[in-house]
Design a binder for this molecule. Structure first.
Ligand code: RIB
Ligand code: CA
Length: 321
């Protein structure tokens, strides 16, 4: 699995699921500007992998801004450091020197058809890779994106979801290169319906009192305030962990559809999904997950963060000679 992330507080929980659930095998993480500037997102990815005991996983820093627009971060949602501004210590590991786009191109060439790509961020890196290699999606086994809001109820605007809104041109390039067989979008609609951490869930997380559970609880305090004050949810939602859970356990999907999707780049509808379900619509280009099993998702989340952390061997540590 390759994970592309703008490591904010929900991305961090998704990285714990991928690294510590026992269901994922992360080969590399690529970072991109989104929730926070890319250098902060890279730091946060290294911290999250360290909490999961996986300092061996390479992290490749990526694009520092959207394809054509200036970066509009979500630091007002996730905190200035993207992790709830709780003063996390600097990570022990350093990131790679090779760029995220190079990694997104190289890994599937080395392992054709074997790797799953999970994107948890604006699609800038992926779009840049597609411009270099228009056949990119055929080299991955499948691509899961936390992207969009298929019911047009937005989080960052009245009708748009942040990852698509932050770089709509990139999202449009991804949608145009996709087929329903290769690319699945898990939208904010599924997350706000089936992946909301209620006060009871938050208390359960806090009471687990394990390193990963405590980390997950503490870094999401800022986003909990945002959910209460802006989106009006019954707690904070976990969109990236929901998308990661689908990639790890597709059987969690309870409702999906395939449709033809374009993305608005117009000012007042920036990032809105334009879904054509008419008889005369073009052929579908995306599979859209509309609902997931809330109980199945939360069972996976609590089971993962409840486990003690087993430190992986440091990168490059060969067998004892
Ligand atoms: O809209 C939710 C998405 O935007 C998530 O990926 C969250 O981390 C932010 O990037
Ligand atoms: Ca994200």
């Amino acid at each position: 699995m390759i994970v592309d992330t703008d490591t904010g507080s929900d991305d961090a929980v998704a990285l714990l699921l991928a690294a510590a659930s026992g269901l994922g095998d992360i080969r590399a993480v690529t970072t991109v500007a989104g929730n926070v500037p890319v250098d902060i997102g890279t730091r946060n990815a290294l911290i999250s992998l360290q909490i999961a005991g996986r300092t061996d996983i390479p992290v490749h820093p990526g694009c520092a801004r959207p394809l054509t627009r200036a970066l509009s971060s979500a630091q007002h949602v996730h905190g200035q450091d993207g992790m709830g501004d709780i003063g996390l210590p600097e990570p022990a590991a350093a990131c790679q020197k090779s760029h995220a786009v190079e990694a997104l191109l190289a890994y599937p060439r080395e392992h054709p058809g074997e790797l799953t790509l999970v994107t948890l961020a604006p699609l800038t890196n992926v779009a840049a890779a597609l411009i270099c290699d228009p056949e990119l999606f055929s080299r991955y086994r499948h691509v899961y994106c936390m992207a969009g809001a298929a019911d047009l109820r937005g989080n960052i605007s009245p009708t748009a979801e942040f990852n698509v809104w932050a770089d709509p041109e990139a999202a449009r390039i991804v949608a145009q290169a996709a087929t329903p067989e290769t690319v699945t979008w898990v939208g904010w609609d599924a997350s706000r319906k089936d992946a909301v951490m209620t006060p009871t869930d938050q208390q359960r997380l806090q009471q687990l009192n394990t390193p990963m559970a405590t980390f997950a609880h503490r870094i999401n305090r800022t986003v909990a305030d945002w959910a209460r004050d802006v989106t009006g949810l019954a707690g904070y939602d976990l969109p990236d962990p929901a998308a990661m859970a689908v990639a790890l356990k597709p059987e969690l999907i309870t409702e999906l559809e395939s449709a033809h999707v374009d993305i608005s780049v117009a000012a007042d509808t920036r990032g809105q999904m334009i879904i054509d379900r008419r008889v005369t619509a073009p052929a579908p280009n995306l599979t859209l997950v509309r609902r997931i099993s809330e109980t199945g998702f939360k069972e996976l989340l609590f089971a993962t963060v409840a486990t003690p952390v087993v430190e992986a061997a440091p990168a490059g540590a060969g067998a004892a000679s």
